[in-house]
Design a protein around this ligand. Structure first.
Ligand code: FAD
Length: 386
């Protein structure tokens, strides 16, 4: 911690310095063309910032989730978007925590060096939505292969990834002992799969997020690519979700800081009616409120990350961190747009782009209602409604 209470000041300083090479106009051009920020992701990979969670024995820096959160927060605070690469940090956790020794030795050092991009994580399906146990993408065992058929939706970065962690059924839901049984995790080699049973179709969205739809038609996947035990995949995916939620909450904190920084600066400089707009309490108070909300959410993110690092149960805290941080960033986004008046809508100010980008986090990776349902039923012992 430094004197302002910020964790990992050297990490933050290093990230800030690097991402300063990717200012607003870089993101504006990509956003217009809906292009992937390859140079940005390469620079972060080469500097080692995406492998901080990989243990040193596999070539990473072996740091904890708080350090990874600091990296993503600074990326977002600087106006950049970690959505292009955050999965490279945490998706490998499925291999690290549940893979065999041979899988770890084969993949983790190459993920750490950036030789292999593990950026894609395939869970969501069009007909299952949030009800993951209803997925129907199926992997049928055929000798030393699985044969995969089905469809996934909203799978981000699939076109920019060498590997993908895929959740599919290996036992139909109605034949499994419990709905959450009978799902398995396969590691898909995208370089071999595309054109041989896997088709990727980009989905254009309101943000530049490289998200796609995937179609599997008898894709052959070696049994050696099964992670952990067949049928236990849902548990492995749930394990990884806490890290994802905490890290995305850190991105929201970074976004909120970006909006607060920009709004404060603009409110000091913009003169209307012969004085700075920031002299008006009607302008000041929303900025101050955004700061209060961001600070409170940030403490929740720190708490969830600390529990995660200590190996303690943290599902509720990870969810609450994601909820509070995504609401703080959205309040700050709306506040910054209002503070900028008409200029908030101009592409060159970056507010409208970040406004669109930060809205995602109330829907993905988990929507707010589902978090509230978790707290209601798991913490408050209220009856489950579905
Ligand atoms: C840009 C983008 C990128 C994404 N990237 C990935 C990715 O890389 N990999 C991946 O697997 N997925 C990804 N997703 C999917 C994302 O996780 C889902 O969109 C999200 O979990 C919500 O699921 P859904 O869209 O199917 O909504 P639905 O499940 O259809 O829900 C729709 C709405 O209804 C509400 N709702 C549903 N059921 C209930 C209930 N019982 N009680 C109260 N409210 C309810 C939800 O809260 C939500 O607001 C991405 C999505 C987007 C938009």
């Amino acid at each position: 911690m430094d004197e302002t209470g910020q964790s990992f000041p050297e990490v933050r300083e290093g990230v800030r310095k690097l991402v300063a090479r990717f200012p607003g106009p870089y993101w504006q051009a990509l956003d217009r063309a809906r292009k992937y920020p390859t140079e940005f992701v390469t620079a972060l990979t080469e500097a080692g910032w995406l492998s901080v969670l990989i243990p040193e024995e596999y070539g990473g820096s072996g740091l904890g989730l708080t350090a990874a959160a600091a990296v993503l927060e600074e990326i977002h605070r600087s106006g950049c978007n970690g959505g292009a690469c955050h999965a490279q940090m945490y998706t490998m956790g499925t291999i690290l925590n549940h893979g065999s020794a041979a899988q770890k030795a084969e993949y983790l050092p190459r993920i750490a060096s950036g030789e292999l991009r593990l950026q894609a994580f395939g869970v969501t399906e069009p007909d299952a939505g949030t009800d993951t146990t209803r997925i129907t993408t199926f992997a049928r065992r055929d000798g030393d292969h699985y044969v995969v058929s089905g469809q996934k939706l909203w799978i981000s970065r699939a076109e920019h990834s060498d590997l993908m962690v895929l959740l599919c059924r290996t036992t139909p839901r109605d034949q499994a002992a419990r709905p959450s049984d009978g799902m398995s995790v396969l590691l898909i080699d995208m370089r071999q799969a595309v054109g041989n049973g896997l088709t990727i179709r980009p989905v254009r969205t309101m943000i530049n997020h490289a998200t796609t739809e995937l179609f599997f038609e008898d894709l052959k996947v070696p049994v050696a690519n099964l992670i952990g035990e067949e049928g236990r995949g849902f548990r492995y995916i749930l394990d990884g979700m806490n890290a994802e939620r905490i890290l995305i909450a850190a991105e929201c904190i970074g976004d909120a800081k970006f909006f607060i920084d920009r709004a404060s600066a603009y409110a000091r400089e913009r003169n209307v009616f012969g004085r700075a707009i920031g002299e008006n309490q009607g302008v000041q108070f929303p900025i101050a409120r955004a700061y209060v909300q961001m600070t409170a959410a940030s403490l929740m993110v720190d708490r969830a990350a600390a529990l995660f690092e200590a190996g303690q149960p943290c599902g509720t805290e990870a969810n609450m961190a994601k909820l509070t941080a995504s609401e703080a960033s959205w309040y700050a986004a709306d506040m910054a747009l209002q503070t900028h008046g008409g200029f908030g809508f101009a592409e060159a100010y970056d507010i409208e782009r970040k406004f669109r980008e930060t809205r995602l986090y109330q829907v993905a990776p988990i929507s707010t209602n589902l978090i509230l349902s978790h707290v209601a039923t798991h913490v408050l012992d209220l009856p489950k409604s579905f």
